[in-house]
Design a protein around this ligand. Structure first.
Ligand code: HAM
Length: 425
């Protein structure tokens, strides 16, 4: 038997009802903040990711699904293509390619879709997963660099998570400074690691060599005392970055979004500058980050685009759903009515009635005339219907129908003209 590939999964009803409910709420919130949807391809030129996310990151060095696309003609070179491991790079590519900077305004763009990383699958970590993300990007003259954008993004996230019903999230905030700050900080980390690195776990040692910043993310318990003593990024921020971060925090305090500063939160992508953040949730276990994001002021230029500072985030939708389910969120969308034909020749009358009800915005399902009444009741209950509507010969003749409330057990007769209104109540 052919099975789904390791790290991928089928999303089935009733879970998909919860996915759709979350996506509908999120689209509604995005619209209220003047974001508009962007849809980019799920595969791109490999170079896009190596140049933006960074050659030395785990994502690019070991987790991408990459293949050589066959050349179609002899004159053509084979092209290296990659399934997108994230979507900020694709959005910034599109921003540059379509000259969106010429509009002169901030572009507020959101996306919902699958991403692909060849990670070791576990709860909350998949090889095909879904992100709900957004980016604000634009020329500095449009205010794209302002700390007000950072605060607005974080306030929107707090509102968005509240509105989808997630409770008890934690916002962890950090500033990774500008590229020069990070160069100085990386140098300081290398210096500080030199005398102690040989005592560390092999994986942390490898990080110390390739990307010292990632040492801060090492989880090995024995290495924690060493990591705690390493220099702090806050000591290496230049004055404009320090000021920018202070203003972000002042605005978050003013709007009442709670956060904690976590100087060890280094994000696994190289394009970040200044503000970085993650929202975590206790119901998720080891993969506790529901979402991550931050500012990427130099990304457009590193892709040969215009100066276009930006900030954004991506919610791991799989994890958001897991977190909601850990709180007992019910997935199933209930239908209002189950229309049960009773006896020979009743299917067409029941179909007709269901047709009218559905057009009048009643969510209804339909039974079958050969079923006994007992079976129709069982099906109505399985479908989670609030009411069962019986369509028998007498009902059709009188043009009024027996309606039973499946929770209270109350049964009444309702005329056809009033039926939709009654069921919608
Ligand atoms: P990221 O932190 O790599 O950032 O991913 C964002 C979120 O996607 C994570 O917090 C997590 O919830 C989810 N996620 C990542 N990998 C997996 C996986 N294998 N399985 C399930 N969920 C996963 C980015 O992708 C950046 N593009 C975010 C961003 C947008 N920064 C600025 N703009």
């Amino acid at each position: 038997m052919i099975k789904s590939i390791r790290g991928t999964r089928d999303l089935l009803p009733p879970d998909t009802d919860l996915w759709n409910r979350v996506e509908a709420k999120v689209r509604d919130v995005f619209a209220r903040y003047n974001y508009h949807e962007i849809r980019t391809p799920v595969f791109e030129d490999t170079a896009l990711f190596s140049r933006s996310v960074g050659e030395e990151t785990d994502i690019v060095s070991k987790e991408m699904f990459t293949w050589e696309d066959k050349a179609r003609a002899q004159s053509e070179k084979a092209q290296s293509l990659t399934l997108r491991p994230e979507n900020t790079a694709g959005v910034v590519r599109a921003y540059i390619e379509h000259g969106l900077d010429k509009k002169g305004t901030l572009q507020k763009l959101y996306y919902i879709g699958p991403q692909f990383r060849r990670e070791r699958p576990q709860k909350g970590r998949y090889r095909q997963f879904y992100q709900i993300g957004a980016e604000i990007i634009g020329p500095p003259t449009a205010g794209s660099e302002s700390p007000a954008r950072d605060a607005e993004v974080l306030e929107m996230l707090a509102t968005l998570l509240d509105q989808v019903g997630l409770r008890d999230w934690n916002l962890q905030l950090n500033s990774v400074g500008c590229a020069e700050d990070r160069t100085r900080y990386n140098k300081a980390l290398r210096e500080a690691l030199k005398p102690v690195v040989h005592q560390m776990d092999p994986d942390c040692q490898r990080r110390a060599e390739t990307n010292p910043l990632r040492v801060l993310d090492c989880k090995v318990p024995e290495d924690q005392p060493i990591i705690e003593k390493l220099p702090k990024i806050s000591e290496y921020l230049d004055e404009p970055c320090r000021q920018h971060f202070a203003e972000v925090r002042t605005m978050l305090d003013a709007v009442g979004v709670p956060y904690s500063i976590n100087e060890r939160m280094v994000r696994g992508l190289d394009y970040y500058t200044r503000t970085t953040f993650e929202f975590t949730h206790g119901g998720l276990g080891a993969q506790s980050a529901v979402l991550g994001g931050g500012r990427y002021d130099g990304l457009s230029e590193s892709l040969e685009g215009p100066k276009a500072p930006g900030i954004g985030f991506a919610i791991g939708e799989d994890r958001l759903i897991l977190a909601l389910q850990s709180q007992g969120e019910q997935p199933a969308e209930k239908i209002q009515a189950f229309v049960a034909p009773l006896g020979a020749g009743m299917n067409k009358h029941a179909l007709n009635l269901a047709h009218e009800l559905r057009r009048a915005c009643v969510a209804a399902d339909l039974g079958e005339e050969t079923f006994r009444l007992k079976k129709s009741f069982e099906l109505a209950e399985k479908a989670g219907a609030q009411y069962i509507v019986i369509v028998g010969e007498n009902e059709v003749a009188a043009d009024q129908f027996a309606v039973k409330n499946l929770t209270s057990g109350e049964q009444v007769k309702v005329a056809r003209a009033e039926l939709a209104g009654y069921l919608r109540k």
